[in-house]
Design a protein around this ligand. Sequence first.
Ligand code: FRU
Length: 549
Amino acid sequence: ESVNHLHRTGFHFQPPKHWINDPNGPVYYKGFYHLFYQYNPQGAVWGNIVWAHSVSKDLVNWEALEPAIYPSKWFDIGGTWSGSITIVPGKGPVILYTSLNQNKTQMQSYAIPQDPSDPYLRKWIKPDDNPIAVPDWTMNGSEFRDPTTAWFSKDGHWRTLVGSVRKHRGIAYIYRSRDFKHWVKAKHPVHSKERTGMWECPDFFPVSLTDFNNGLDLDYVGPNTKHVLKVSLDLTRYEYYTLGKYDSKKDRYVPDGDSPDGWDGLRFDYGNFYASKTFFDYKKNRRILWGWANESDTVDDDRLKGWAGLQVIPRTVLLDSSKKQLVFWPIEEIESLRSNYVRMNNHDIKMGQRLEVKGITPAKADVEVTFYVGSLEKAETFDPSFTFKPFDLCKLKGSNVTGGVGPFGLITLATPDLEEYTPVFFRVFKDTSTHKPKVLMCSDARPSTLKQDQGPSPKEKMYKPSFAGFVDVDLSDGRISLRSLIDHSVVENFGALGKTVITSRVYPVKAVKENAHLYVFNNGTQTVNVESLNAWSMDSPSQMNDGGL
Ligand code: FRU
């Protein structure tokens, strides 16, 4: 089988070919970062899923190993689906995963390394006392999966969460164990929410309310913490999270009153991003997020090009100092790939102007820009009675719809005549009720490609949404920043130092490799100033994916 390299990434995590989905069991152990992931060894569409396995010393350069687990026992012959790793003192790392039997009933099972002293953790054993959790009659045996990393509490129990659904109510069950072998379901789920559908890939972790620089391990207990519960909604293929309080005695999680719980909740990433999972990095005391950037190409073309899906650049996760949301930032290690460097300073961009960023490889780049917007007098008004969701607002007011303050931002993966382009931009409104600025951030994939849909059904269509989210900044110093990681068919965008993150997967036809261009632009009547712009070409790590630029 041949693999088409045109849109493969240069510095993102991708296997050499075939389908990938969820990141599984990320962990730091004996000097290596491990990443397992859902992988089809036989083709570029979902199926035949195994836990593929790679290791890295720096989260940048990866070495591929043999798949760690694959269907082989009665309890997992129907599938080895997503799960996590817990380091259990005295035992070493233990995998918890969803195993499907012959009848496709979903259960939870565990696997242990044959040799816990092997830093590569090459061989895994599935003990015969599996499975460790099966659905009882009150539960849904085809919607019961994705166990989280377990944490140990003072009461002598390990606990893990498993995602599920009942009558459209999304559920995170909680299981307890003393020995990591016998698990008992708690009487009540740790949390559930009506009308949200199946909760896939739950993630549950504490964040510090006093230290905004370091992550916390799962078993951390202290007065100044909050918890984060993230779920992946199967119905919409969106994730959302809440911030809240975990009561370890009652084993209940209660979201904060101002943390929206449901479809319109906060998101780790407002774009092509799903089935994410965090882990605590013992080496650098940080919590790191992995996530699957799913496809936007048609299924037929995934087959033709021989690959589908990739993992985003790992991101550190911290509580924002507002304590109302998280912030995300690409791990610092990725900066080791920066090469050619260009900059721009104190440059006014008037309405309708577009300035090219030259001297780097625009299809494989890291760009940081800080805009000074000055007065907000000209900002359009934001009527709070607007029922617009950010997505609809971005759809209505795209990058070339003239505004007051904005749209301004970057135009990535563009042809010079803008036949194709993926704009990433801000638009500032004045909220008539709060008198504060309301900042919209968009990564609009609609103009990204000339490629036509192949037919009317979803899998024949290109997925090109006007991804958007609001950015919670007051612009009191007149500034807003944007960082974009551009890599052939993926653009990861971090607004206001990671308050709002949007990933787009795009498939330009002409704006590829050396024919892609990068610009800063402004289509608002208010002049904006590029206070600073720093841009780098990105090198490829040792396992190169894109076949060179
Ligand atoms: C999420 C998911 C999980 C499941 C896995 C199967 O993308 O559907 O719920 O465990 O993928 O590959």
